[in-house]
Design a protein around this ligand. Structure first.
Ligand code: NAP
Length: 261
């Protein structure tokens, strides 16, 4: 199946690590032109250099997306270089474990600023260009938005808010033919996930305990499996799909997790 993504300009926030990196790499295989947005410099810059050396167009934009002007810069630099935006993948995020008991109102607001502010702000600044291209938006949320996790109030509020925004924007943008969907990963091995796992005394035992409960195959979802769902949702093969929550998670969120345990 040809996803018809050739030369589509796709902004991927958090595109230099984990799930975002997989989305970037798979989009290049489809002939799309990724805009890699990341807070830290090194990995994004190296990815840009490697893609350009292989003859693939792309752009790296370093930006701390908790700042409004950084979000505006991402849109401006993309349009300056390529003249259009076809797809926005809001993906950057971090589970900073700001809980109800182990957090403060100040930390809560800071986490909201880091985790959901830029989903809105990037969509806001990208919208005129998405209207022109009849583009679409994919928001990366999390199964924790549905299940909760404990000790992560601000992250879960952001992830659940992203689902609300997905439905809200799907409605608001109907007149422009702009589709908006959400993808909800559950258990995907990435630098963020590894960092969380390493907070346990025996990370490998914890990992085994989790994977045992993943119904399909008792294994983690691969980052590229999230990327395939994202790119399919963003492609015109999904032309009649909007406002949807997609769960490429081996059945972890909805099937009986006692299976296999
Ligand atoms: P990751 O490996 O840590 O990658 C996240 C990337 O986002 C990093 O490159 C990070 O850059 C960037 N980022 C974070 N905050 C940023 C900001 N304010 N401005 C610019 N860049 C920022 O994490 P991941 O596991 O791939 O997570 C990607 C998305 O999937 C997140 O939204 C997460 O909530 C969601 N998710 C993941 C899982 C999972 O199992 N891995 C499960 C559910 C949902 P720096 O390193 O420079 O900070």
């Amino acid at each position: 199946m040809d996803l018809n993504l050739k030369d589509k300009i796709i902004i991927v926030t958090g595109g230099a690590s984990g799930i975002g990196e997989a989305i970037v790499r798979e989009s290049v295989k489809e002939g799309a032109i990724p805009i890699i947005v990341n807070r830290s410099l090194d990995r994004g810059k190296k990815m840009e250099e490697a893609f350009l050396a292989e003859g693939h167009a792309c752009l790296f934009v370093q930006a701390d997306l908790s700042e409004k002007e950084a979000c505006r810069k991402v849109v401006d630099e993309t349009v300056h270089k390529f003249g259009k935006i076809d797809i926005l993948v809001n993906n950057a995020g971090y589970n900073d474990s700001v809980g109800l008991q182990d957090g403060s109102p100040e930390q809560f607001m800071e986490s909201i600023q880091n985790n959901i502010f830029h989903y809105y702000t990037l969509a806001h600044y990208a919208l005129p260009y998405l209207i022109k291209s009849k583009g679409n938006i994919v928001n990366i949320s999390s199964k924790t938005a549905i299940t909760g996790q404990g000790h992560s109030s601000a992250y879960i509020a952001s992830k659940a808010g992203q689902l609300g925004l997905t439905r809200e924007w799907a409605v608001e943008l109907l007149p422009y033919g702009i589709r908006v969907n959400a993808v909800l990963p559950a258990e995907v091995m990435t630098p963020m996930y590894r960092g969380w796992l390493n907070t346990y005394d025996d990370p490998e035992a914890k990992l085994e305990e989790i994977t045992r409960r993943i119904p399909l195959g008792q294994r983690m979802t691969k980052p590229e499996e999230i990327a395939y769902t994202v790119l399919f949702a963003a492609s015109d093969k999904s032309a009649h799909t909007t406002g949807q929550y997609l769960f490429p998670d081996g059945g972890y969120t909805h099937l009986d997790r006692s299976i296999g345990s």
